[in-house]
Ligand binder design. Structure first.
Ligand SMILES: Cc1ncc(COP(=O)(O)O)c(C=O)c1O
Length: 452
């Protein structure tokens, strides 16, 4: 029956070792741990501990809601991608799609992990430079770059500008006073299975140019004294759970001709729920490189720009339970919601969760985890079993690292949460929580007006 709720908790989901000797059962771990960073443990007191840091301590030090990032998990993904691609295709480069987590500390972490950076917009350039990233390692994207943004990029010495359209080409020609490396964004004509708002490679895409127009633009760039054509760029979409669309996009773009470089974008999906089975990073790399070997020039540079697959699993959102209400449904309302994670409302993304101090307790109550904002669509998780949820419990939502901080907003006057990095038993505040002063700053009429 549509909308009917399961009445009984699911069989306890566990991972790890099977019980072979009933006299001496080996410990089994709740399956939810498999969604958290690899460093995650349950402490002797039964708390969730990430990178050696008890999430209760994060909450008592920095409050809730809070974004927590496991530094080593990010580094592990970065090295799997950078080294994995290099082993398969030595002339390669991995870019951090910084839109997935645009915090200054994340730019710094990415750069020190061997990644170049994809920036889309002047604000992301500013944050990357603040983090000390070499501007030559920036790739500037966007389908509507303004004069002011392009001027800023040129002045900063941004290494590569990805031209989206003819108007942008004309702007750049007007603004460039010395040679500038560029790529051309192409519509690859591939629509992967994902949420429509995350699909960017189909024929109707607002990003890039179809092949015939891209070919004309490439000819214009090649004839231009200031613009150096490096190659072509595509991005088919995000949270893509199969490898074939990536391969298809590479095969399509190869038809455009031989270039020095091919940037095939990001998009590799991640496992948010027990049911999802994304390709591993190795499977993804095997597939794209095998296709590239078949259709791209052997000496060309191959670039990828992952966001979600780098940061999603490294990040956790921690909330406090504010109320538990039984109205025929059990609503567990927390102190955050669509102001700190837009994804459930925007893309219908499903998450799993657990209670920080009850992670080893079997989940027994069917709940709807909702936020505090004035929309019925402000929900975090529909229909999840939680272990005896109660007021003041801390709720931990795994796989929350990608695009949550990105889309944080001030709905209902919410203050954007802090970002806390956890690393080898220590916590570091990377972004502090907004204050009411921050909230009011832009509303004060006496504040100076600084155009971007
Ligand atoms: C041009 C471009 N590159 C890379 C990415 C990163 O995608 P993902 O986070 O899915 O890896 C995006 C995100 O939408 C994008 O627009």
């Amino acid at each position: 029956m549509p909308g009917a709720e399961p009445e009984r908790p699911p069989p306890r989901r566990t991972r790890g070792r099977a019980v072979t000797d009933p006299e001496h059962p080996l410990p089994v771990e709740p399956e939810v741990l498999s969604l958290f960073p690899e460093s995650t443990r349950i402490s002797d007191s039964g708390h969730l501990v990430i990178a050696g840091v008890d999430l209760v301590d994060v909450a008592s030090t920095f409050g809730t809601p809070a974004y927590v990032v496991d530094v080593e998990q990010f580094r592990a993904h970065a090295s799997q991608l950078v080294e994995g691609l290099r082993e398969r295709w030595p002339n390669s480069e991995v870019l951090f799609a910084s839109k997935s987590f645009p915090a200054v500390a994340m730019y710094a972490l990415a750069a020190t992990s061997g990644l170049s950076i994809d920036v889309a917009g002047a604000g992301e350039i500013v944050m990357a430079l603040e983090a000390g990233v070499d501007p030559a390692r920036l790739y500037f994207h966007g389908n509507a770059k303004t004069d002011a943004e392009l001027r800023r990029a040129l002045e900063a010495g941004v290494g590569t500008i990805i031209i989206d359209n003819l108007d942008e080409f004309e702007r750049l020609r007007r603004l460039a006073t010395r040679r500038q490396r560029v790529m051309v964004r192409v519509i690859p004509g591939v629509e992967p299975e994902t949420h429509p708002s995350q699909s960017t490679g189909g024929d109707q895409s607002k990003f890039g140019l179809p092949f015939d127009q891209a070919t004309d633009l490439i000819a214009k760039i090649e004839a231009d004294p200031f613009l150096d054509l490096y190659g072509v760029h595509l991005h088919i979409g995000s949270q893509v759970l199969r490898v074939e669309p990536f391969a298809e996009a590479i095969r399509n773009i190869a038809r455009l001709g031989d270039f020095l470089a091919y940037n095939i974008g990001g998009g590799l999906g991640v496992r948010y729920t027990y049911a999802e089975a994304p390709p591993s990073i190795d499977t993804y790399l095997d597939s794209i490189v095998k296709t590239a070997q078949a259709v791209l020039p052997a000496g060309a540079k191959l670039l990828i720009e992952p966001g979600r697959s780098l940061v999603a699993r490294a990040g956790i959102s921690v909330y406090s339970v504010v109320s538990v209400k039984h109205t025929g449904r059990t609503f567990v309302a927390v102190d955050g919601g669509m102001a700190d994670n837009m994804d459930p409302a925007l893309t219908g993304q499903r998450y799993e969760a657990t209670i920080v101090t009850k992670v080893a307790t079997p989940p027994n109550v069917l709940c709807h985890v909702v936020g505090r904002h004035c929309e019925s669509g402000d929900r975090i998780i529909d229909s999840i079993f939680l272990p005896n949820p109660a007021v003041d419990d801390l709720l931990a939502v795994p796989v929350a690292g990608a695009y949550s901080y990105t889309m944080a907003n001030n709905y209902n006057g919410a203050l954007k949460p802090p970002v806390v990095l956890v690393d080898r038993g220590e916590m570091h505040l990377a972004v502090r929580r907004e204050t009411f002063d921050d909230l009011l700053r832009t509303h004060r009429p006496e504040a100076a007006h600084h155009p971007a």
